[in-house]
Design a protein around this ligand. Structure first.
Ligand code: UFG
Length: 336
């Protein structure tokens, strides 16, 4: 089978490509390195010993995308490409709406023209918004987000649902990711944020390695067991494996299927700090400051639908995730 992966050089994309290559799928990656590095492709080949086909293109480049679809017999697309920094989306909304929406629309038009109507889309737990109660279930009402990045995910989910309504030949899988942590066990690939990290773990590992003086903990007055925010942290390799299972499901079904990819367990920011310290024998200096605007108190998944219908489950514990994140950071202090 031939799988086109947009954004395949990114954090979740690269881990997914490894799983696909190990499963002997033919993989075509399209990435413009807007938030990733070419070295990741060498690392993928080192880990798997397999070749992939790569195009350095923007998915908004209609002619280039059309050519790729004409050159290869693509069975399914996994669409990761998109901007993802929540804070930046607030200060530069047009950049986010333009890139994430236009890029996806061009991709879908090219797919339609070339009769490729199977797509797996990277959505996010952010679509559950601020009013739904945990655990989040796929049947809950969505329609509110707290930032433009979140709205791009909501709108793209809607576009894909409308497309499926208009033409029953489409098979659409919406994967709602919770918070990925960890890295490939080789330590050769992992999360490599450009500039100041937005997310907890890459910031924490940069503190651990001495690049930043201390971790800032956003808020100590949430209604949680220790007052800090609670999230559903999932090992990136298991998240990647969810995509393999989703391919099988997508090809066997038509219409839209939505799945949470999470563990179903919530951990606080202080839980993460303590587990990281214990797992890696390092001390993390931190300071508690005000809440970060837009953050919710608690987010975790009800993953039972994915467990049952995809035959997929995430088992790796926080301890392992912390070890794997640190292994990657120590081996690659400056990223790729
Ligand atoms: N946090 C800190 N300090 C930091 C960074 C984060 O205390 O320096 C806290 C946050 O307040 C939150 C938790 O750590 O309680 C996790 O924050 P992240 O930024 O790592 O993750 P978020 O849950 O805020 O965001 C993630 C994804 C988004 C997605 C969102 C909602 O990064 O893409 O989940 O599902 F939109």
């Amino acid at each position: 089978m031939t799988v086109l992966v947009t954004g395949g050089a990114g954090y979740i994309g690269s881990h997914t490509v490894i799983e696909l290559l190990n499963d002997n799928q033919e993989v075509i990656v399209v990435d413009n390195f807007s938030n990733s590095k070419p070295e990741v492709l060498n690392r993928i080949q080192m880990i798997t010993g397999k070749q992939l086909i790569f195009y350095e293109k923007n998915i908004e480049d209609r002619m280039a995308m059309d050519k790729i679809f004409k050159q290869h017999a693509i069975d399914i697309v996994i669409h990761f490409a998109g901007y993802k920094a929540v804070g930046e989306s607030v200060t530069q909304p047009l950049k986010y709406y333009h890139n994430n929406l236009s890029g996806t629309i061009v991709l879908l038009e090219v797919m339609q023209e070339n009769q490729v109507k199977n797509i797996i889309f990277s959505s996010s737990a952010t679509v559950y918004g601020e009013t739904n109660r945990v655990p989040f279930k796929e049947t809950m009402t969505t329609g509110e987000a707290s930032n433009p990045y979140g709205y791009t995910k909501l709108v793209l989910e809607k576009i894909l649902q409308d497309l499926s309504q208009s033409d029953p030949d489409w098979s659409v899988t919406l994967l709602r990711y919770f918070n990925p942590l960890g890295a490939h066990e080789s330590g050769l690939i992992g999360e490599d944020p450009q500039g100041i990290p937005n997310n907890l773990m890459p910031y924490l590992t940069q503190v651990a390695i001495g690049k930043r003086p201390k971790l800032l903990v956003f808020g100590k007055d949430y209604p949680t067991h220790d007052g800090t925010g609670v999230r559903d942290y999932i090992h990136v390799v298991e998240l990647a494996q969810g995509h393999q299972k989703a391919i099988k499901h997508n090809l066997e079904h038509q219409g839209v299927a939505i799945f949470n990819l999470g563990t179903g367990h919530g951990y606080s920011v202080l839980d993460i700090i303590k587990t990281f310290e214990k797992a890696n024998q390092v001390t993390i200096p931190y300071e508690i400051i005000d809440r970060r605007p837009g953050d919710i108190a608690i987010a975790y998944a009800d993953p039972s639908k994915a467990n049952e219908e995809l035959d997929w489950e995430a088992f790796k514990d926080l301890y392992t995730m912390c070890q794997d994140s640190w292994h990657w950071q120590k081996k690659n202090p400056d990223g790729f």
